[in-house]
Design a protein around this ligand. Structure first.
Ligand code: SF4
Length: 346
């Protein structure tokens, strides 16, 4: 019997594909009801106690009221997050989600500058994003995350400043700020727009980090900032070696010392197939390496009781890692050069 496991639910529907996105989703919603039934059938295979639930995608809110029905049937977790696209929200849906036990909303805003949203292929405007935020507050959500994207086409310090000013005015409990990465198989991979270069990207990241800290949103992970006590418990499991079960097409799990995935295939999933494929047992050595390269993403770092591997000593000598007793963490410089650090452990 496991305890305190995270449940991730993947919803593979989007109204339209964004130009940069490589997550598994399809642009149809006609089978939302069948999909809900298939998810509950898969969930019934597990008897764990879930203390966090995270419904992500895709665009969960593209399912409309089917999503509220689904959430009503999911475990009543202490932290229950739903990802929402500002272009798909109504006051009714938000109220129904809240009534179904959802207590954290993650709004995929990405930018408060309309030209940047258009360049990314988002379906909503900056005004819609603000309206969605107010609607969520009105519906009783007192724990809201805003996703912001850095280094997007056309972004400058001035335009980022405008997005940051909007975030300051809205005063969310949590912000995730990831830099755009060009992934294979996306429209941006085929036709890459002009993007801020590496130095500009670092400057934008520093600008955002300083602004969040000034808003009282403390950095607790490379790309995540929160008011004290509002850190995302579900995502912290990923960075802390915690167990999680993923249900739905393309969902991944780490549970009982094993890692496995569902196939990224909606038809197969609805037919009851493609579940728990690519199973692999995770050995001690891999767990240790993961402990470092995932755990060091957290600003609090990781605790380790043993002789530090050579990589750790080397990175500490380069000023990228700081060792205090049994705890090691990235230095400010290490946070900037995190990819170099992680490459040592992968
Ligand atoms: S970024 Fe989100 S809304 Fe856009 S295609 Fe990907 S999953 Fe869908």
């Amino acid at each position: 019997m496991m305890s305190s496991v995270g449940l991730y639910v993947h919803i593979p529907f989007c109204l339209r594909k964004c130009s940069y996105c490589d997550f598994y989703s399809v642009t149809e919603r006609g089978r939302a009801s069948k999909y809900r039934a298939a998810l509950l059938e898969e969930l019934a295979e597990y008897s764990c106690r879930f203390d966090t639930v995270f419904v992500g995608g895709g665009t969960p809110t593209a399912m409309g009221e089917e999503l509220a029905l689904l959430c009503r049937s999911l475990p009543k977790a202490e932290e229950f997050t739903v990802e929402a696209n500002p272009g798909t929200l109504t006051p009714e849906l938000l109220r129904d989600l809240r009534a179904a036990g959802v207590n954290r909303l993650s709004l995929g805003v990405q930018s408060f500058v309309d030209s940047e949203l258009a360049a990314l292929g988002r379906i909503h405007s900056a005004a819609q994003a603000e309206e969605a935020f107010f609607m969520a507050r009105e519906a009783g959500f007192d724990n809201i995350n805003i996703d912001l994207m850095l280094a997007v086409p056309g972004q400058t310090a001035e335009s980022l400043g405008r997005s940051l000013a909007r975030i300051r005015a809205l005063s969310p409990e949590h912000v995730s700020a990831y830099s755009l990465i060009i992934e294979e198989g996306t429209p941006f991979y085929e036709n890459t727009p002009d993007l801020p270069d590496e130095d500009e990207e670092r400057d934008l990241y520093h600008q955002a980090r300083e602004a969040f800290e000034a808003m009282g949103l403390g950095q607790y992970e490379i790309s995540n900032f929160a008011r004290s006590g509002c850190e995302c418990r579900h995502n912290l499991k990923y960075w802390s070696g915690g167990e999680y079960v993923g249900i739905g097409a393309a969902a991944a799990s780490f549970c009982g010392g094993e890692r496995y995935k569902n196939a990224p295939d909606l038809d197969l999933y609805l037919a009851g197939g493609g579940r728990k494929i690519e199973r692999e047992a995770v050995d001690e050595d891999e767990l240790l390496r993961e402990k470092f390269w995932l755990g060091l993403r957290k600003t609090g770092g990781v605790e380790y009781f043993g002789e530090f591997p050579d990589e750790v000593e080397r990175l500490a000598a380069q000023g990228l890692l700081e060792i205090r007793g049994n705890r090691l963490r990235l230095t400010r410089r290490g946070l900037d050069l995190a990819n170099i650090v992680f490459a040592e452990f992968v």
